[in-house]
Each structure stands twice: as C-alpha cells, then as structure tokens.
Ligand binder design. Structure first.
Ligand SMILES: *Cc1c(COP(=O)(O)O)cnc(C)c1O
Length: 385
C-alpha cells in the first residue's frame, strides 16, 4: 500500500534523538529553546513556543488571547476537528465560515457577509482561525484588514503549512496574525512524532503561552508577584497544563528543520508530475494561488461528478483495493455528531459539504517516487474509465 502521507527520517535524525537519550536532559533542557530559535529564525518571527501538539498550541493560543465563556470563535469547516475544539475547550461558542470552492480555504466573501450580520446581532467573533488547507495560505492580508475593522484576533492554523510562503514571506511570520500554529505529526511536513509550536511577535502572548504550557508556573522573577525566596522558588500565576515538548522531540525537530526546504521542494516536484499525469483526467487538480508557495501537505483531487459515473465512495474503495492509500480531507467539522448535538446540521455550509462529497487525497510525501505516482494515476485512470 502506498500511504497518503509518510514521515521522512534519516540517520542524522536518528542520531540526534539517540544523543539526547544519552544526555542529561530528556525534557526541559537546552534542545527546546534551540528548536524554538531555529523555527522563529526560519519564519522571521520574534518568538516560538514549542508544545506537545498543534492541538495544545491552539488551546493555549486561544487562552492567551483571552477567549472565554460567551465569546465566539470562527473557523473553516474544512479542517481537522482540533481547529474548532480549541474554542470549546475555553468554554466559547464555535461557528464556521464556508469555504471558497476554488482554494478550499475559508472564503473571504462569506467571512465579510457573516461579520456584517454578526455586528447587527451583537455576536462578533473574538477569534477567527483561518486554516491554510493543504499548505496554501488563506488571504491573510484581507483577513487582517477585516480583523481591524471588526475587532477580532487571528490565529493561523498552519498545521499543513510550515515551509510555505505567502506574499514572499514565510508562513509563521505573523505579519497578518497574532499567532501561527504548526503541527509536527508524522503525516505533516516535518515531524517530532507528536508536537506543535506557536509563533508570535507579541512578547506578552509568548510569555502567557510559555506559562500555560507548564502549569502556569514561572521561574522568571520579572513575572512574579513578589521577590524570589531563593533558587528553588517558582510561582504559579495562572492555571496551565502540562503541554511540554520533550528534548527528544525538539532534537528531532531541529534535525528535520535542516531538510524542510528540501522537503517542500520535493513535494512541489511530486505535485508537478501529478499535474502532468492527471492532465485530461475527469478530476479537478488543486488550484495554486499566485501569491502563495504552498507547503503541499496534501494533493486533493475532486472527481468531476458529471463525467465520472462512479460515486466517490466507490472510487475511494477501489483505489484502496488497488493498494493506493488514499484518504479524505476533511469531513466538514459541523457534520460531526458532537457538533450536530450543538445545533449544526446538514446544509449549514453547503460549499464544504459539496467539496467533501467528491474529494480524495492521493499520496503525497517526500519519498514518493515517479514510479509510485505512475501507479497511483494508472490505478485511478483504470477506475475512472
Ligand atoms: C493535524 C492538524 C491539527 C492537529 O495537530 P496535532 O499536532 O495532531 O495536534 C490541527 N489542525 C489541522 C488543520 C491539522 O491538520
């Protein structure tokens, strides 16, 4: 089976982890700040806060921005559930903004329409989380200008997008947002096994997130309410969690960062070859915005339902039976039972629902070979004919 995504681990990655196992610190040592500095330098942002998952990063990002009961958080329905759940963790209400059928990202026109209505209804969002679907940035310039007009804060869910660029700048630079979040799950661009990271240019948000990732405890005397009582002394100044990344993960992340640009370039090669192979097939290939350099986490294809006589379900099943490890991204979040129980229903976000009906993610990862791609497309073509 050719999987839809796969990590790329080399000997240098393995050695870096083994070295940490033999060192003094398995957690809370020097690798974390080194990894954070490496990622923040790469992104061109002042601070990075590494944690044990992107889900944790989204949670503490929302808390740092003050999200709480009665507040609203908006995101795209075409995402992993974590982009919405972080709002519920904070006791806030969650709502969605339907997607642009071309980019599959949150639609700016829909966002603006919904903001106008929310202003009338007096329930404007406190936070909007644009998700850079498949690694391609949302229209951040416009989202940022709307955030100023309507007074909401912005967290970029860039779980798919490390190594990508928007308007020539690295995703994660936070030019148009308060915080950007990355995921290092093995199917994403680089991996730390589990792991995530938040970037920001706001020192107070960074301090708050650092505190929240480790119980709300600080050893920084400048943040304490009174003078330190000695070298053992720490203060709990907030209610935080244990969301820390380990030294093993940070070392792996540091090692993976060395190959990030190479990984993304390789994904572009694979994308170009797919574009070529799929030319003339009854499917829609992913649109690339001219102001974006996508990190290409995914290669989602849409079946042309007028041309293809088989259902997506059937095509998917036959691909899997043909040893092609396809997947579907995403079941619209509002269609999940947990969200349906909270009042959402079929038809609420029709563009996401329509997209979902015909999408299939075909394999895309660094070590995907031309032969594998020939096999993927060959199998697909024989199923569609
Ligand atoms: C993977 C993913 C997450 C969650 O990442 P974890 O590191 O597994 O917590 C959140 N949002 C999106 C869009 C993702 O793809």
């Amino acid at each position: 089976m050719i999987p839809y995504g796969k990590q790329d681990i080399n000997q240098a990655d393995i050695d870096s982890v083994v070295n940490i196992l033999k060192s003094d610190f398995l957690t809370q040592g020097p690798q974390i700040p080194l990894f954070e500095k490496n990622v923040s330098d790469y992104c061109g942002v002042s601070t990075a806060v590494a944690v044990n998952s992107a889900t944790s990063a989204l949670h503490i990002a929302c808390l740092a921005l003050g999200l709480g009961r009665d507040d609203w958080l908006w995101t795209s329905p075409n995402t992993f559930v974590a982009s919405a759940n972080c709002g519920l963790y904070c006791g806030a209400n969650v709502d969605f903004v339907d997607i642009d059928p071309k980019t599959y990202n949150l639609c700016i026109k829909e966002l603006e329409k919904k903001l106008i209505q929310a202003r009338k209804d007096n329930n404007l969002p406190k936070i909007v989380i644009p998700v850079h679907f498949a690694g391609q940035s949302c229209n951040m310039e416009k989202i940022s200008s709307l955030s100023k007009e309507y007074g909401f804060r912005v967290i970029e869910d860039a779980s798919h997008a490390i190594g990508g660029k928007y308007q020539g700048k690295s995703i994660g630079c936070c030019q148009y947002s308060d915080i950007t979040v990355f995921s290092f799950h093995p199917v994403k661009i680089i991996t730390t096994a589990e792991g995530g990271l938040a970037t920001t240019n706001d020192v107070s948000l960074a301090d708050k997130m650092k505190s929240l990732r480790s119980h709300g405890i600080t050893r920084d005397t400048s943040l304490m309410t009174s003078v330190s009582e000695g070298d053992w002394y720490y203060q709990q100044i907030d209610l935080g969690f244990n969301y820390r990344m380990t030294e093993l993960q940070a070392a792996l992340g540091l090692s993976q960062m060395k190959r990030l640009d190479e990984f993304v370039a390789r994904r572009h090669e694979c994308k170009e070859y797919y574009d070529e192979l799929l030319d003339g097939v009854s499917i829609v290939t992913p649109f690339q915005s001219p102001d974006c350099y996508s990190a290409l986490h995914l290669y989602p294809i849409l079946l042309d339902q007028d041309q293809v006589k088989k259902s997506r379900q059937k095509v998917f099943k036959e691909l899997r039976a043909g040893a092609i490890g396809v997947n579907v991204h995403y079941i619209p979040v509002h269609m999940q039972p947990y969200y349906k129980d909270r009042g959402f229903k079929k038809g609420d976000f029709p563009k996401s629902e329509n997209y979902y009906k015909s999408v299939i993610s075909i394999p895309l990862f660094q070590s995907l070979t031309k032969e594998m791609q020939d096999e993927v497309v060959g199998t697909l073509k024989s199923i569609l004919e």
